[in-house]
Design a protein around this ligand. Structure first.
Ligand code: ADP
Length: 416
């Protein structure tokens, strides 16, 4: 067994997964939330997965995914990790018998500095802290999780896996904004791109599924969850991506506007008296599906469309209009495409979004098979017709597994 622990830490919560890398199956997962003084009781949920209960080569286990919940005060992340360790001790699997050989941490912003998974040292922590200027909601919270995890697992190597790292292959013409160069340099203003762990994972899974070398493929990956981004990938390298300096740019999302003329902000500040915080709130939290149709969840929007709700219909039309615009743009940037993949909550579960996104691209040899698209299947699958020149796939993403893979490769000193 080769267990790797993956940590995704937020400011008042963290998620974890213990994955056996021999089989790439999850042994245990959990969520510790409501961390901090202001919440009263904290909550810790710990799930032992079937894979942890199955004896090697033995019969399939009868207990599947048993979850226990604990409620107790959790004043800080260090206390949260103690609660997690207690849950492992009492519910299993035993970390004494199978200690994690490495701990992988999701870190949102690696700036222009981190282009691959990196063993965490005091210098790396200082750099993550410094990059908090660019990701004030995320990097400090990621760092808190790292420090608490280091106390809980002092003997294991800790590895940072950055959401931005995969996009460090963007060429200057793709990442540079056309603004005053000195202002841009002084404030590190450029496109960084996000969701990199997912885009990397999906593009590699797609190549493996098709049995074709990653290096030979031009790919477009649509990651459509609550946050949404699309990436053009040439030979395994990200060459264009829709999120920019922050995750606000690009596609319309659950609560974010995506692309907007920046002069709208200037106008609203001057004419509507909106402050910087008002504008931040408007574009990041009150726009997208939520702002246009009243819910950030596509399932609600779909139900409203079925009732003939015109706001919901318009929100959907705007959403797919933009997907098409990006598909076309990335087709042009790549000079053609071999594979288009859809992933994340919407990409994996909304056939109507997939078909509308590619509807007008028949001229480019892109043809979705309506039956394959609608089939209620799970797992990686083809949804294009056999005659389609471009293969269209649905690829379930698994960011934790990708973090574990990258963590293991660094821990073994074999990072490519
Ligand atoms: P996050 O970005 O928060 O990780 P997810 O990838 O889990 O988000 O995607 C969440 C979104 O996926 C939901 O807000 C919802 O709009 C959409 N979604 C999830 N399941 C379905 C479904 N069965 N049908 C349509 N949309 C779905």
């Amino acid at each position: 067994m080769t267990p790797v622990l993956v940590i995704n830490s937020g400011s008042s919560s963290f998620k974890y997964q213990l994955i056996d890398m021999d089989t790439e199956s999850t042994l245990a997962s959990g969520l510790v939330e409501r961390i901090g003084g202001g919440f009263g009781e904290g909550v810790a949920r710990h799930t032992v997965h079937a894979a942890a209960l199955a004896a090697p080569d033995g019969p399939a286990p009868t207990v599947v995914d048993a979850t226990t919940t604990r409620e107790l005060p959790i004043p800080d992340h260090t206390a949260g990790f103690r609660v997690m360790l207690d849950a492992f001790s009492s519910d299993g699997p035993s970390l004494d018998e199978h200690p994690p050989i490495a701990v992988g941490h999701r870190v949102v912003h690696g700036g222009a500095r981190f282009f691959e998974p990196t063993v965490i040292t005091p210098l790396v922590e200082a750099a993550i802290d410094d990059l908090g200027v660019l990701a004030p909601l995320h990097n400090p919270a990621n760092l808190e999780g790292i420090r608490a995890a280091e106390r809980a697992f002092p003997d294991a190597p800790h590895v940072a896996v950055f959401d931005t790292a995969f996009h460090q292959t963007l060429a200057p013409e793709a990442y540079t904004y056309a603004i005053d160069a000195e202002v841009a340099a002084a404030h590190r203003i450029r496109r960084y791109g996000f969701h990199g762990t997912s885009h990397k994972f999906v593009s590699e899974e797609a190549a493996a599924f098709l049995g074709r070398p990653l290096e030979s493929l031009k790919q477009i990956v649509f990651h459509l969850g609550n946050g949404a981004s699309v990436t053009a990938i040439d030979g395994g390298r990200s060459v264009e991506t829709s999120m920019g300096f922050t995750p606000l740019e690009g596609l319309m999302m659950g609560t974010r506007s995506g692309d907007i003329d920046p002069a709208v902000l200037i106008h609203l500040a001057r004419r509507a008296g909106m402050t910087i915080d008002d504008l931040d709130d408007l574009l990041n939290k009150r726009s997208g599906f939520l702002g246009m149709a009243g819910s950030n969840d596509l399932r609600d929007v779909r139900a409203a469309i079925a009732q003939g709700d015109e706001r919901a219909i318009l929100a959907f039309e705007v959403y797919v209009h933009r997907l098409r615009a990006y598909a076309g743009a990335y087709l042009a940037q790549l000079g053609g495409v071999d594979v288009i993949s859809f992933t994340a909550g919407i990409g994996e579960n909304a056939p109507l979004v997939r078909s509308h996104a590619l509807q007008t691209l028949g001229f480019a040899g892109i043809e979705i098979d309506p039956e394959r698209n609608l089939a209620a299947a799970r797992g990686i699958r083809v949804i294009s017709t056999d005659a389609s020149a471009v293969t269209v796939l649905v690829v379930p993403t698994d960011e934790e597994l990708e973090i574990a893979r990258q963590t293991l490769s660094v821990a073994r000193g074999t990072v490519e």
